[in-house]
Design a binder for this molecule. Structure first.
Ligand code: FES
Ligand code: FES
Length: 227
């Protein structure tokens, strides 16, 4: 009867010069063949233009997250949200709907609020990514917007809060004196299941000097986003 591989004894003199038997060498060679080789993207022509084709295997990418350059290996299908949470341990952005509807995963990319669950990590290369962790005013100091969320009790379970704070930060930077309508339009893509919209509205009003947005909000009826 034929012997199984693991029953075959080492044949004297079979060691190679570096101490590896031929059997060990073959095993290692087989393993090496099973590990996907990471190569650069393929270039194909589409409509007369050169287009990079990545994957399907993991490939190294570099992301600039909260001012730090990070290199990681991800498959091209991996979202920025997954890369942040699973690969880089940046867990401020939350996964709730995972399909671009709730805003819990909001991050800033080049200053613009985006859903990280609907952005490919590979497409975020070369851009400045800022999560709620990167909005802090110091190692232990909250930013003015973060502070205002605390002061105005604009958070309950907190699951939507990091996305809301990130979106609010970009919104107030671009609209220092916002109207209620602008607030609804810009923050209406974030949802709070605990219904903290009153507190969030106060945050915006406080930062806007409590003037235009407050006046208009006073007579506002329920609109998109719950404001
Ligand atoms: S988790 Fe991204 S929009 Fe809901
Ligand atoms: S505070 Fe709970 S979902 Fe918004």
């Amino acid at each position: 009867m034929a012997k199984r591989d693991d029953e075959i004894k080492q044949i004297p003199g079979e060691e190679s010069g570096n101490g590896l038997s031929r059997r060990s060498f073959l095993k290692i060679g087989g393993l090496a063949a099973a590990v996907p080789v990471v190569t650069g993207p393929k270039i194909i022509q589409v409509g007369g233009e050169q287009v990079e084709v990545h994957g399907p295997h993991a490939a190294p990418i570099t992301l600039m997250v909260n001012g730090k350059r990070q290199t990681l290996n991800v498959e091209p299908r991996v979202t920025l949200l997954d890369a942040l949470r699973e690969d880089l341990d940046v867990t401020g952005p939350k996964r709730v709907c995972d399909r671009g509807e709730c805003g819990a995963c909001t991050v800033l990319i080049d200053g613009k609020a985006v859903y990280s669950c609907s952005t490919l990590a590979i497409d975020a290369q070369g851009k400045e990514i800022v999560t709620i962790e990167g909005l802090m005013a110091g190692a232990t100091q909250l930013s003015p917007v973060q502070e205002a969320y605390v002061q105005h009790d604009a958070s309950q379970c907190g699951f939507c809060t990091s996305g809301f704070v990130t979106a609010t930060t970009a919104f107030l930077r671009d609209h220092p004196n916002p109207t209620h309508e602008e607030m609804v339009r810009n923050l209406g893509g974030n949802f709070c299941r605990c219904g903290t919209y009153g507190g969030i509205r106060e945050v915006v009003q406080a930062h806007a000097g409590g003037k235009r947005a407050a006046t208009e909000a006073a007579g506002a009826v329920a609109v998109k986003g719950g404001f």
